[in-house]
Design a binder for this molecule. Structure first.
Ligand SMILES: Cc1ncc(COP(=O)(O)O)c(C=O)c1O
Length: 272
């Protein structure tokens, strides 16, 4: 096909990398993939700074700096999909700024207007943007004034209320308070960055096999039993609360995660 996929940087799943170190494996795989296809035939690499749909999985700190260094050496563009991670979700304006990298293009949406209005944006490095100039294909709602006004107001509030710091502090509180749940038989891993947190549920802690959670009514049942709305991405419970969440609300959410995890058995059955 026209797209080559790379192994995801997923620290809990060491089985993806055999006996290699995760980052060395991924960097080597990128280098050999570029060699196989030919750098002149690769338009760009796309990646999420923190993998969202996989269940809010942050890579090791040196993953993005080393991967983007290889891309730069081969003159290949890097496009950061920050639809989930930008505008405070991970405790920084961008996931890229957290990891200290400068993508050529950043795609963002959701958090710009805190979800209140539909709006998305591309942030493009000037050398790349210059090439596109004059060839812009707009859309019916491009530059929508109300969406832009709401986005501006949200960005002002994130600054004024210091919400990047709140996302960082409450995120650390989440990780700390969730930690004891690792003693439960179905809780395999707890990971996250800022207020993008995942609790990966497994049926076997040795093989890290996913807990089978295919009942589509589960999220509704979790909500009825705990009063908390969870995301469920595959076998990962996902927590992406508002950036204004308080310390008390964090503790109450952790309690809800605990009560859900306690009611799940290793065959995936949920006992009410
Ligand atoms: C990582 C990521 N990229 C992009 C998108 C945007 O997709 P769409 O434009 O289809 O809403 C989403 C939506 O959830 C997403 O999670």
């Amino acid at each position: 096909g026209d797209i080559a996929q790379l192994t995801p940087p997923w620290p809990y799943h060491q089985e993806f990398y055999g006996s290699d170190d995760l980052v060395s494996f991924c960097v080597h795989e990128l280098e050999t993939t570029i060699e196989r296809i030919g750098p002149g035939r690769i338009a760009a690499m796309f990646g999420e700074p923190v993998m969202g749909v996989a269940g809010m999985v942050p890579p090791p700190d040196d993953y993005w700096p080393r991967m983007t260094q290889v891309l730069k050496e081969h003159d290949i563009l890097f496009v950061a999909d920050e639809v989930v991670t930008a505008f405070g979700r991970v405790g920084a304006w961008y996931g890229s700024s957290h990891y200290g990298i400068e993508p050529d293009i950043i795609a963002c949406a959701k958090g710009i207007a805190s979800g209140y209005m539909p709006i998305g944006a591309l942030i493009i490095r000037s050398e790349v943007a210059d090439v596109l100039e004059g060839d812009y294909s707009g859309g019916s709602y491009g530059g929508h004034a109300v969406s832009c006004a709401v986005a501006k107001a949200c960005i002002d509030i994130i600054e004024r209320e210091n919400l990047l710091q709140n996302a960082r502090e409450r995120g650390l509180q989440f990780l700390q308070e969730l930690q004891p749940l690792l003693d439960l038989p179905v809780v395999g891993d707890i990971h996250g960055l800022g207020l993008a947190i995942g609790v990966e549920l497994v049926s076997d802690k040795v093989t890290r096999a996913p807990l089978p959670l295919d009942d589509p009514t589960l999220v509704a049942r979790f909500r009825e039993d705990t009063g908390v709305i969870f995301g469920l991405h595959g076998n990962t419970l996902v927590l992406t609360p508002p950036l204004v969440i308080s310390p008390e609300e964090v503790s109450r959410t952790v309690e809800a995660v605990g009560s859900v995890a306690e009611r799940l058995s290793t065959d995936g059955a949920y006992h009410r």
